[in-house]
Design a protein around this ligand. Structure first.
Ligand code: GDP
Length: 317
């Protein structure tokens, strides 16, 4: 416990909901450095979309702190093509966990959202106060609406019942344990897998969706987990907190950086029939920075770690 900490993890029972996902597994790695007990539930234990399952599990296991890292997630195409799943699954998961946490008197809960909660054409960088000031990006509005509801649930339970539930909004994430399936993944794992395959096959070019001009801010997942643990220890308030690096790159620059790490030397073929999505979504992470947190892993280093993991776990040689 340092001086600025207001919540101690020592001896606490910490449930990482969604521990098999990219963020959940990074949280488990990070929490291994704390003197707390990490609780996890498998899909066989319960369906997070079923209220009775979640209520029973929380009543039985009695966590002190919950990280809501469970969500139906996916890249631009998955979001656009599975609107019902992205809205329903995420609403149910967060409502069930937050309500069960209130009913069982859980001390603290950290809800995770994403930078897509902000209006499509929000001024950049996007401060927390821009929430609900304009229309959302079409391609991921379903996910965004669910995540905005999650922020509001945390605020409502804080106001009405005094629950210490906080929300963190990470920027676009990447890293080990990411989803490399081309139909549902985000840009970094998708381009890494495509470039790896192209290198193996000696292909002359790789398809990059869209125009290459949208800008994205990318945070390595272990940095994100570190920020979330920092917030659990140091923050208690109604407002959600942005979690980003403060820097963004164009998709063309991101593709070039991945090509370098993978060792792919061919052309990038931009497919303008695929959607660009939001032109730019750079978070203003000043509140987090002022609370004493900074990312530690550069984009290039994150890419190297991710590619090493991909080679060891996913790549077919
Ligand atoms: P977004 O941040 O919600 O738009 O999610 P993504 O990470 O899926 O996409 C970010 C940007 O990368 C969009 O402009 C995509 O069109 C672009 N992009 C380029 N190539 C790919 C690809 O192979 N897969 C994905 N998912 N996005 C790509």
């Amino acid at each position: 416990m340092t001086e600025s900490d207001i919540y101690a993890l020592d001896g606490k029972r910490v449930w990482v909901a969604g521990h098999n996902g990219m963020v959940g597994s990074a949280l488990c790695r990070r929490l291994a450095d704390e003197a707390c007990d990490v609780l996890t539930a498998s899909r066989n234990d319960m369906d997070l979309r079923t209220q009775a399952d979640v209520e029973d599990w929380v009543a039985d296991r009695r966590p002190d702190l919950i990280f809501v890292a469970a969500a139906k997630v996916g890249g631009i195409l998955a979001n656009d093509s599975l609107p019902a799943e992205f809205l329903y699954d995420n609403l149910m998961i967060e409502a069930n966990i937050i309500h069960a946490a209130y009913r069982q008197g859980v001390e603290k809960l950290v809800f995770l959202g994403s930078s897509c909660i902000y209006p499509r054409l929000a001024p950049q960088p996007m401060g927390e106060e821009l929430l609900l000031t304009g229309p959302l990006e079409d391609t991921n509005q379903w996910y965004a609406v669910a995540k905005i509801a999650g922020i509001k649930l945390c605020q409502a339970y804080r106001r009405q019942y005094g629950c210490d539930f906080i929300s963190a909004m990470p920027t676009n994430l990447f890293g080990i344990e990411d989803n490399f399936d081309l139909a549902s993944s985000h840009v970094v794992p998708a381009l890494m897998a495509k470039m790896h395959r192209a290198k193996q096959d000696g292909a002359a070019s790789v398809e990059v969706w869209g125009s290459g001009t949208p800008r994205r801010e990318l945070l390595y997942v272990d940095d994100c987990a570190d920020a979330l643990v920092h917030l659990a220890k140091t923050y208690s308030g109604e407002g959600h907190i942005n979690v980003g690096t403060g820097e963004d790159l164009t998709i063309a620059e991101i593709a070039a950086a991945i090509a370098k790490v993978v060792g792919f030397e061919g052309e990038l073929a931009f497919d303008r029939t695929k959607p660009d999505g939001t032109p730019k979504k750079l978070l203003d992470s000043r509140l987090l920075n002022e609370s004493g947190w900074r990312p530690a892993i550069s984009f290039e280093e994150g890419l190297r770690r991710t590619y090493a993991w991909y080679l060891a776990h996913k790549a077919t040689q």
